[in-house]
Design a protein around this ligand. Structure first.
Ligand SMILES: NC(=O)c1ccc[n+]([C@@H]2O[C@H](COP(=O)([O-])OP(=O)(O)OC[C@H]3O[C@@H](n4cnc5c(N)ncnc54)[C@H](O)[C@@H]3O)[C@@H](O)[C@H]2O)c1
Length: 439
């Protein structure tokens, strides 16, 4: 059996900071508050509801994940963040309209007390938004101001540790450039206000510099550039992203591995979404949509591997659309038409009509990511990319030259095996010969 890692106890308070305190962030905070008060269950959260099998199937050891690994207790969480609007979490949650008003009113004293700090924001990177609750200065000064915010928040709230999860809007599509290649050019870029450094990168830089683990819930590059990856490695800070895996992409990564497992062909996959929340409005801008589109499109290619299976997936036509449709609010409709083919090339069709609540699916991911990043930090995992958390992302970040793993079930196995390994338990390969050897 492997040796258990020396994991520091989860004593004291854990501060969870979210740049962006809109629908996802407010639904997450309100949900945790409702769970703490015994009003709701943490449904959708692997760390809170999930069990993990240990040892042989015949051993009957299947503890809850939260009883197996030393996670921070929900009662020890403190919430904070930044937004370009000064609304409290109560006001933001009421505007987002995701949770019932009656529930939010029950939680009002706690939610109204959480107010965002002034944001680092530039409308050049999110065209559809204009905000007043923003900081000013050079990009380096802004990074320093964020670091100061984190220090003050930690002190004022008596936190032992902090983690950061980006829940801000999707920024315009950007590619890695010279300024992102190493820390010296990145910091020079910050001092000189380089246009290739958007706000989400400034938050990521500030967090990593402060030794705070960072997860990116949007498809923006943010921490996914060589300079910040290196900084995270040097500082021993865990980073992961990108783009919470919810809604339609979650469905894709459940269905596509099944088609491939049964060697069924796919000739077309048309996905369209209608949604009317602020995220939908931001994604109505072609530059922000392009960032999201890249993130959504990469999934099928990586799962289906058309280069290995040209007869099954070589001619797959994959199209993704997002349409802003205000009447729906956060209650998105994701509609998929999948053209598949089977034995003797006979065509078949599958239609998926997912009446989904995006933020309801995303909120538990924020909780899990915060708790698991904090666990990884206390376990002394090496800094840099935390691929074991790919389970939560549409475009899992990997080092250059390594293809991401998109299959939800492989991602789940990887996550569970990492927890088993951390705790000195056998990893489970599902080979299963041991059940037959004694017979
Ligand atoms: N809801 C989901 O299921 C889901 C899934 C995957 C990814 N995401 C991503 O998560 C992010 C949040 O989604 P949402 O539904 O909460 O959107 P939202 O529009 O309700 O909230 C985003 C908030 O970020 C704020 N913001 C924008 N730029 C900022 C900055 N630089 N600093 C601080 N605040 C900033 C906005 O004012 C807004 O309040 C989006 O990028 C979205 O694409 C959401």
């Amino acid at each position: 059996m492997a040796e258990k890692l020396d994991i520091k106890p989860a004593s004291g308070k854990l501060g969870i900071l979210t740049p962006g305190m809109g629908a996802v962030s407010s639904t997450f905070i309100a949900g945790v508050e409702a769970i703490r008060q015994g009003l709701r269950l943490p449904i959708g959260s692997f760390t809170q509801m999930g069990h993990i099998r240990l040892g042989k199937r015949t051993d009957d050891r299947q503890p809850l994940v939260r009883n197996f690994v030393p996670l921070a207790d929900l009662d020890d969480l403190v919430f904070g963040g930044w937004d370009i609007f000064p609304d409290s979490v109560y006001e933001a949650a009421m505007k987002a309209g995701v949770l019932e008003k009656e529930l939010l009113n029950q939680l009002k004293p706690q939610l109204d007390a959480i107010r965002p700090m002034k944001a680092v924001f530039d409308n050049f990177y999110v065209k559809k938004l204009e905000g007043t609750h923003v900081k000013s200065g050079t990009k380096m000064e802004l990074a320093e101001a964020l670091m100061k915010d984190m220090e003050t928040f930690k002190k004022e709230n008596g936190c032992d540790r902090l983690v950061m999860v980006w829940c801000g809007s999707t920024e315009i599509f950007m590619k890695r450039s010279e300024v992102h290649q190493d820390l010296a050019s990145f910091e020079k870029g910050l001092r000189e206000d380089h246009p290739d450094i958007p706000p989400s990168m400034i938050y990521a830089y500030a967090a990593i510099k402060m030794g705070i683990p960072y997860a990116n819930g949007a498809p923006n590059l943010s921490g996914d550039v060589p300079a910040l990856e290196q900084l995270a490695k040097d500082k021993g800070v865990g980073v992961c992203g990108k783009d919470f895996k919810t809604g339609q992409t979650l469905m894709k990564t459940i269905l596509a591995p099944g088609f491939k497992a049964r060697q069924l062909g796919v000739s077309g996959w048309f996905s369209t979404n209608i949604l009317g929340n602020r995220d939908g409005e931001v994604l109505d801008d072609p530059a922000s949509f392009k960032t999201k589109e890249e993130s959504k499109l990469s999934v099928l290619d990586t799962i289906l591997q058309p280069q290995l299976y040209p007869d099954l997936y070589g001619n797959l036509y994959h199209k993704v659309r997002i349409n802003y449709y205000p009447p729906r609010g956060d209650n998105k409709e994701g509609w998929d038409n999948i053209d598949i083919f089977g034995w003797c090339s006979m065509p078949m069709q599958i239609k998926v009509d997912f009446l989904c609540r995006d933020s309801i699916l995303a909120a538990p991911l924020v909780l899990d990511l915060a708790l698991l990043l904090d666990l990884g930090a206390r376990a002394g995992l090496p800094g840099g990319i935390q691929e074991w958390l790919s389970f939560y992302f549409k475009s899992p970040v990997t080092p250059a030259g390594l293809l991401p793993e998109h299959d939800l079930f492989i991602q789940q196995t990887k996550l569970k095996n990492t927890l088993r390994w951390m705790m000195g338990e056998e990893v489970i390969t599902h080979l299963g010969r041991e059940y037959y050897e004694d017979r």
